[in-house]
Design a protein around this ligand. Structure first.
Ligand code: 5GP
Length: 193
């Protein structure tokens, strides 16, 4: 998606440790018009599929997932929670995910009330690096008996391999930008065609 690639080039910052910072429009300040265009792109890609629910992970997935939902007939958006809370009552699906940016494991929790075997799920997240977060969400879907219809990603870092592994497993992964390389010294970013 040219608009997203141009925005990453303009406002993204390459950090050491393979981290791309996009706080200006995605991870801190949110560009809702851009989010809407991203939702349009995913709707075009997944047009032939029945989607009954969008599942994402807090916090940065929520904004893009909600904007995307408007393009999928206003299906509900469920976000997996990263910590146990007194507001989470009843039965839950839980797994553990290793965080690329925080360098530690955290729980990923969805209430059984909001995910079940009738659901056809589109997974959405801001970044795809090694694929740990996505695997966690897939595990929750499997536990619920829900089917994963596809995966929509804003920024995939192709050189970390998580996206290609998921494609090899048969998942339909639509990444709106795929970073092939990025250089923290020069700030140069190249995208996969
Ligand atoms: P993975 O689980 O695929 O290794 O990493 C994906 C998760 O880590 C995303 O949910 C995202 O929050 C975070 N992440 C991974 N790489 C980056 C990055 O370069 N920049 C930012 N802002 N977040 C990242």
């Amino acid at each position: 998606m040219k608009e997203l690639e141009e925005r990453i080039r303009r406002d993204g910052t390459v950090k050491t440790g393979d981290v791309l910072k996009v706080d200006a429009f995605l991870n801190h300040q949110c560009d809702v018009r851009l989010f809407d265009h991203m939702g349009q792109e995913w709707a075009r890609h997944f047009a032939g599929k029945t989607i009954t629910k969008i599942l994402t992970i807090e916090a940065s997935g929520i904004g893009i997932a909600c904007c995307a939902a408007r393009h999928f007939g206003d299906v509900p958006v469920v976000f997996a929670k990263k910590a146990q809370s007194i507001n989470l009552d009843g039965d839950q699906y839980t797994t553990t995910v290793y965080s690329f940016t925080k360098r530690k494991e955290f729980p990923v929790i969805v209430s059984k009330k909001y995910l079940d075997a009738d659901d056809h799920v589109l997974l959405i997240d801001d970044f795809l690096a090694n694929g740990k977060a996505l695997h966690g969400l897939i595990e929750l879907c499997h536990a619920a008996g829900a089917s994963v219809e596809g995966i929509g990603i804003a920024v995939e870092k192709g050189f970390q391999g998580g996206g290609d592994k998921l494609r090899a497993q048969g998942y339909d992964v639509d990444s709106l930008s795929i970073v092939e390389s990025m250089n923290p010294e020069t700030g140069e970013i190249t995208f996969r065609d």
